[in-house]
Design a protein around this ligand. Structure first.
Ligand SMILES: [Zn+2]
Length: 266
């Protein structure tokens, strides 16, 4: 939670009864590629059959190779993951690790997220830098051992304390370390298609249509109208009071009638 940092723009506010304006901020993430085509989805079976190991991320290409940040985040680490001996073609290639705080998932839960991206051709950011949805962080490419063509690999992980530890990576490289617990998440269940963005499956891509069903970013995130809620409850209370008043007068009228009947037959 980064209160007071200018780069953490609110997309949703939760107010309390106190006068403090914002007590909780969260952000929705959008796609890192404007015109994005998915070539392999998260934990895809065809991927496993081809490579012999699980896919803990999502692979994608675009109509150009620009890669943007998905939201307001901080670059934790970036650079070549491989050793100098094998250059760009060893391990995961050029990688970027970003942490996004307080991410509002599609299912309305909120969590911090580490985002690991592999196979960059160019990296434009540095460790420690803050990024936004309008920051071009690099150009995806074909660096690293496990690529069959230029693409971006993206994986999300809720373990923000150890953002560089990736489950499914057998040994540690310069940046990406071998993780032991699978705390990865399916990107398509988290992010949204931003304004002017497009998402579809690539030709011959490894995906099922339901795996790429991603909602559009809501233009105006729903916010509670407390004034309207107050008016509604006030009206309801007034109606109940009017009904109670009417009951009371009816009771008094009946009692009076009963009294007169007693007097009549006494
Ligand atoms: Zn991948």
């Amino acid at each position: 939670m980064q209160i007071g940092k200018a780069v953490f723009i609110t997309t949703r506010c939760f107010t309390t009864a106190k006068k403090e304006k914002v007590t909780k901020m969260s952000q929705r993430l959008i796609l890192p590629i404007t015109d994005m085509r998915i070539t392999a989805t998260y934990k895809n079976a065809q991927y496993k059959a081809y490579w012999g190991f699980h896919h803990y991320g999502l692979d994608a290409i675009g109509s150009n190779t620009d890669v943007y940040a998905c939201g307001n985040g901080k670059v934790i680490a970036c650079g070549p993951d491989g050793t100098t001996l094998y250059g760009d073609q060893s391990r995961l290639g050029n990688v970027i690790v970003i942490v996004y705080e307080d991410v509002l998932f599609q299912d309305e839960t909120v969590s911090g997220l580490a985002c690991r991206m592999f196979h960059f051709d160019q990296i434009y950011v540095q460790a420690g830098e803050y990024v936004t949805q309008s920051t071009v962080i690099g150009q995806y490419g074909n660096t690293g051992r496990y690529t069959t063509g230029p693409h971006l690999h993206i994986e999300f992980d809720t373990d923000t304390r150890w953002p560089c530890y990736a489950y499914g990576v057998a040994s540690s490289g310069n940046i990406i370390k071998a993780g032991t617990i699978d705390s990865t998440k399916n990107a398509n269940k988290i992010w949204y298609i931003g304004t002017d963005q497009q998402l579809r499956g690539a030709v011959n891509g490894w995906y099922k249509p339901e795996d790429i069903n991603v909602p559009n970013l809501p233009e105006n995130p729903p916010q509670t109208d407390y004034q309207a809620l107050y008016e509604k409850e006030k009206n309801r209370a007034e109606q109940i009071q009017a009904q109670a008043d009417a009951c009371l007068s009816k009771k008094q009228a009946l009692l009076a009638e009963l009294k007169s009947l007693y007097q009549k037959y006494e």
